[in-house]
Design a protein around this ligand. Structure first.
Ligand code: ADP
Ligand code: ZN
Length: 716
């Protein structure tokens, strides 16, 4: 199989001097060039190609073969997502350089017996003593023997030293399971024992680890990782936002005395190569990564952890469209590994699986160390609206005052980057819009520009309206975090403020610095987007204010309520994690909404039950299945035509239903016109077969793309 979006495997002859087996990485001729591929398994119904037409494998790569379980995973993901297997294989071959033998670097060894007639000075003797029977670089010999580098060179010229390869140090130190285990609380200890048992069974199984924010879920699953290390197997941890995980990494190192291997899209090519190879060689006992880490070549995976399993960031939305949480379970099943899904606010999918007995469920109902859960209150914006042109109400402002006066930290949450989500012309009513997308341009005042958050289009802020030319007529509508920061700087000029959004915290280093400033109380007030909701532990933070709790509910797709509840609960969970109790205030226009009511009563369980009752009768997920088709083209008419043809060929029947076609909410994205169709099927239906059959009936011209999104998360 070649890592290219091709329909099937290719046949080659294996010459007698090339040793290869299923899984071996091989170099083969392809057209006029050579390509790298993997020897796949013999097909069930072989259709032999005449000997005379076969070309020969050129060479096998000096790398461990791809395991059968990873090959089955590639096949499985391809079939499930309706993607060519080669396109999935490409994700499993993301560092072709790693297939070559890792280069050993050169050093020196002593020549024995010593050549005769060579003068041995005191310096030379010291150098030989430092070297002993080992191999060292010239610089290292000089350093240890305290001689000048010229002495080492002279010894080499005299034949006292000969070139030799340095022993290769493992790329990653071994985390030590006994290094720094914490004293677990009673509930933690029970949960940890359960997970350790699951790992020790050395077999597939899924556990949902559900604990309130601050209950110490991380410490509990680190214990399961310790057991995996004792079993001599490998552990994989998926985090939704690896760039923001500095606190997590520090905690890992405190627990195991060594850092884990990391995997995400921002690694340089050298680190990728070293890491990929270390995983393949079994030299990376614990790897922490983003969703693409699922495709690394673990030879003996014993544990897969998905932290914050409810996060939508686990859904990959382009290329091969897959949900990393769901695929993690498949990867673990094929590898015979224990699986732990972790969250304070698990998805309805996982809770339903637990209730049906497919997953085990372990609960941590209390915060670690006796910390209390925060008190959640609502501020009804109808009763106490902010002043005109402002966004913080009186009660919220007062609460911030009190918190700062006590010397504690406060956080304001608004899930919107920039200054204002919409710029409007007061003279003609024109709204500043992206030329490539159905989206408003968001003002970023600090950078003096308007930006599209979908395609990256930017333009300078102009003094006059692009439509009618009126001057000084453009007004910002609504707030983003920058605008809240402006309001706060008027209200609390003394407070030291920090804005946390993906544009102000662009990477791991910035995230680490932000965390340090907050931990060391160099910051009083944090204003942030959803990145502040992620797993942070800030002991002095006691007040969380949600500027617009209703924001995520607008335009509501299937999971808008569930997602808003999860996000707000996670943000709320940042408050009061140490000695001082925490308080959360939600600014809302509808405190009676089920999401707000559940947050106020702290009744996630009840919320999910009600949610389930709404989805069950109509066979909505997880009680039925969805697959979306997204038709797009730069030519509006062509996209529309294919969408209509698909609709005419749509499958029908008792247990399936097709909704659409309809212009997508993002009807124009990056200059492409988009239409959507949605297949809804009852749970037991063979969705992939239905889709394959459906797509086979419609001719799609090359300038039109039809993307298949099985189990869609986004409906834009
Ligand atoms: P969660 O992930 O459930 O929100 P964390 O794992 O972040 O909670 O734990 C909250 C805080 O309590 C962290 O600072 C963590 O290091 C600390 N903690 C949790 N369990 C223990 C323990 N058994 N001993 C010492 N500290 C702990
Ligand atoms: Zn755009």
């Amino acid at each position: 199989m070649l890592p290219l979006p091709l329909g099937s495997t290719y046949d080659y002859r294996l010459p007698p001097d090339v040793a290869a087996e299923p899984g071996s990485f091989v170099e083969v001729p392809l057209g006029g060039r050579t390509a790298l591929g993997v020897v796949w398994d013999p097909p069930e119904n072989p259709d032999p190609i005449p000997e005379s037409r076969l070309r020969e494998v050129i060479a096998a790569k000096p790398a461990p073969p791809m395991s059968a379980s990873l090959r089955r995973f590639v096949d499985w993901v391809a079939a499930y997502t309706l993607t060519p297997p080669g396109a999935v294989l490409r994700m499993a071959m993301s560092s072709p350089q790693a297939l070559d033998e890792p280069a050993a670097s050169g050093g020196w060894r002593a020549v024995l017996p010593r050549p005769e007639g060579v003068r041995l000075t005191a310096e030379r003797l010291r150098a030989l003593e430092a070297l002993g029977e080992g191999v060292l670089t010239g610089g290292e010999i000089a350093r240890r023997a305290e001689v000048l580098p010229g002495v080492v060179r002279g010894m080499a010229n005299a034949g006292l030293l000969a070139p030799a390869l340095l022993p290769r140090a493992p790329a990653f130190p071994r985390p030590d399971p006994a290094f720094g285990p914490p004293a677990l609380g009673e509930e933690q200890a029970q949960a940890a024992a359960f997970l350790r048992d699951a790992v020790a069974r050395r077999a597939f199984g899924v556990t949902l680890l559900q604990g309130v924010t601050g209950s110490g879920k991380t410490e509990v699953y680190l214990d399961a990782i310790a057991e995996t290390l004792r079993q001599g197997r490998q552990a994989l941890v998926l985090l939704p936002e690896i760039a923001l995980s500095t606190q997590w990494l520090a905690r890992f190192e405190r627990r195991f005395g060594a850092p884990p291997a990391l995997w995400h899209s921002e690694l340089g090519s050298r680190t990728r190569r070293v890491t990929w190879r270390a995983v393949a060689d079994g030299e990376a006992p614990v790897l922490v990564g983003a969703r693409s880490a699922l495709f690394l070549p673990f030879p003996d995976l014993g544990l897969v952890v998905v932290d914050e399993e409810h996060e939508t960031a686990f859904k990959q939305e382009d290329g091969v469209i897959y949900h990393a949480r769901d695929m993690a379970v498949v990867r673990a099943r094929l590898a015979g590994a224990a699986t732990v899904l972790v969250s304070a606010t698990p998805s309805l999918e996982s809770v339903t699986n637990a209730q049906a007995g497919r997953y085990a469920r372990v609960l941590l109902p209390q915060r670690h160390g006796g910390a209390a859960l925060p008190q959640v209150g609502a501020i009804d914006l109808r009763a106490t609206p902010p002043e005109r042109g402002r966004f913080l109400s009186g009660p919220l402002t007062a609460a911030i005052h009190e918190t700062l006066a006590r010397g504690e930290q406060a956080m304001l949450f608004l899930n919107r980057r920039g200054y204002a989500p919409l710029t409007l012309c007061r003279a003609c009513g024109h709204r500043m819009q992206c030329p490539n997308c159905t989206a408003w341009l968001v003002e970023h005042r600090a950078q003096k520009r308007l930006a599209c958050h979908h395609c990256g289009h930017v333009e300078p802020v102009r003094p006059e309206c692009a439509e009618c030319g009126a001057e000084h007529s453009l007004v910002p509508i609504g707030p983003g975090v920058e605008r809240i920061q402006e309001e706060v700087s008027d209200l609390f000029p003394e407070a030291r403020r920090l804005v946390m959004a993906s544009d102000t915290i662009p990477g791991p280093a910035a995230a680490a610095e932000a965390a340090r400033q907050i931990e060391q109380r160099e910051v009083d007030l944090i204003i942030g987007t959803q990145i502040v909701a992620k797993g942070w532990h800030f002991p002095h933070l006691t007040l969380v204010g949600v500027v617009d709790a209703d924001l995520g509910l607008a335009g509501g797709d299937l999971r808008a309520g569930e997602r808003t509840m999860q996000l707000l609960h996670q943000v709320a969970g940042r408050a009061g994690r140490a000695e001082s109790p925490g308080r959360v205030l939600l600014q809302t226009f509808s405190p009676e909404h089920p999401v707000m009511a559940a947050l106020l009563r702290d009744d996630l369980e009840g919320f999910l039950e009600a949610e389930a009752e709404q989805r069950r009768p109509g066979h909505w997920p997880p009680f039925g299945r969805l697959a979306a088709l997204i038709v797009s083209s730069e030519e509006a008419r062509a996209a529309e035509r294919v969408a209509r043809d698909l609709s005419l060929a749509a499958p029908a029947g008792e247990a399936v239903q097709v909704l659409g076609p309809a212009p997508a909410p993002l009807a124009l994205l990056r200059g492409r016109h988009r239409h959507r169709l949605l297949l809804k099927a009852e749970r037991g239906m063979p969705v992939q077969a239905i889709l394959r059959d459906w797509l086979g009936k419609v001719e799609v011209p090359s300038h039109v793309r039809v993307q298949v999104d099985v189990d869609p998360v986004s409906f834009l």
